[in-house]
Design a protein around this ligand. Structure first.
Ligand code: ASP
Length: 337
């Protein structure tokens, strides 16, 4: 059978396909037709042939972990018939979904490129067509064997990306990893930063939306918040967003005891930094060592989004907390330095 050359565009929602309503932007029906028409009528229409399919379009602020398998399954339904994939997604949770897809499609030998827009396709000054054209270009690049985000002229590793700008067209960055490619005079792929094709280990689990929660420390953080979370019997993991290299208020006995109670109840505690650059080193300060003593797993330089998505996937795949902790310590698809 000849290798496929067509690209699949999967529309999941987001500003790219929205229109203004009385209460603000909302998804508008009929986006695939409008996109096709705009791509075909523009002077530099895409070089590759493509198909467009759609999930019920949502504002990605409404996305829950339970949506992730639907996206993965829609891609897998076309996996053998297409050479690459463009996922149109709202920008608000694009980095979360890109991270989740990277772990579900571990070892994918084909490009999966998420993109979207800050300004709807049909609005003046929209960044939609530029983003879709770039994503289509990179989705046709066989050297790209990973889940990425193309946005505002840059191709970034999906599980390293974060939405940093609420309205700027260059909305995303990957603070702890170089860009995989960019637009300039044509499109350039930085081969030296790409993930090598690995063993295919696809895993599309059933996620429990309530299995993982995020706690962001702040001065005076109430221990009662930890206890309130732990009271939820469905909670199995907490991503702790701590200060700097992984420090927490060790002197707050109430908080430390609450975390200890969470650990004793079998909840996996994962430490990531609130900083954009760098990662966790729990042994540097006594305030970090206190967490290490509680058995908190050091999350290296994982982004919050990647930490959350990976912990979710592990907890959805096994009941063995030791296996979850081990998995968090491994680098699966370039998510950690
Ligand atoms: N609220 C929108 C969404 O995430 C924002 C966007 O797409 O830019 O769906």
């Amino acid at each position: 059978m000849p290798s496929p050359t067509r690209i699949l565009i999967l529309h999941t929602g987001g500003t790219i396909g929205m229109a203004a309503a009385a209460d603000g932007y909302r998804p508008l029906a009929g986006f695939p037709e409008r996109l096709r028409q705009r791509l075909e009528s523009s002077a530099d229409h895409p070089a590759s042939d493509y198909d467009i399919v759609e999930l019920p379009p949502i504002d990605s602020a409404d996305l829950r972990p339970a949506h992730w398998p639907a996206i993965a399954k829609a891609l897998l339904a076309h996996w053998d018939s297409h050479a690459g994939f463009v996922v149109l997604h709202g920008t608000d949770t694009m980095a979360w979904s890109a991270s989740a897809l990277s772990f579900m499609l571990r070892g994918c030998a084909k490009p999966v490129v998420l993109t979207g827009a800050q300004i709807p396709l049909d609005a003046a000054g929209s960044d939609a067509l530029d983003n879709v054209r770039g994503a289509l270009h990179f989705a046709a690049s066989p050297a790209l064997c990973e889940v990425s985000i193309y946005f505002g002229g840059r191709l970034l590793r999906g599980n390293r990306s974060r939405k940093l700008a609420a309205t700027r067209l260059e909305a995303f960055a990957s603070p702890n990893y170089p860009a995989l490619g960019e637009a300039g005079n044509g499109f350039v792929l930085h081969d030296e930063h790409l993930l090598a094709a690995g063993e295919r280990r696809f895993c599309v689990p059933v996620y429990d939306d309530q299995a993982v929660a995020v706690l962001t420390l702040h001065p005076g953080f109430p221990a009662a918040l930890v206890d309130a979370l732990v009271a939820n019997p469905r909670l199995r993991g907490i991503v702790l967003q701590t200060y700097g290299v992984g420090n927490a208020p060790q002197g707050d006995r109430e908080l430390m005891t609450a975390l200890e109670r969470a650990a004793a109840r079998g909840i996996v505690l994962l430490n990531v930094t609130q900083c954009l650059y760098g990662g966790i080193s729990q042994e540097t300060y006594a305030t970090g060592s206190a967490l290490a003593r509680l058995g908190v797993v050091a999350g290296g330089d994982l982004t919050l989004e990647a930490a959350f998505a990976k912990l979710h996937l592990l907890l959805a795949s096994t009941d063995d907390a030791a296996a979850v902790r081990r998995g968090m310590g491994e680098t699966w698809c370039g998510e950690m330095s």
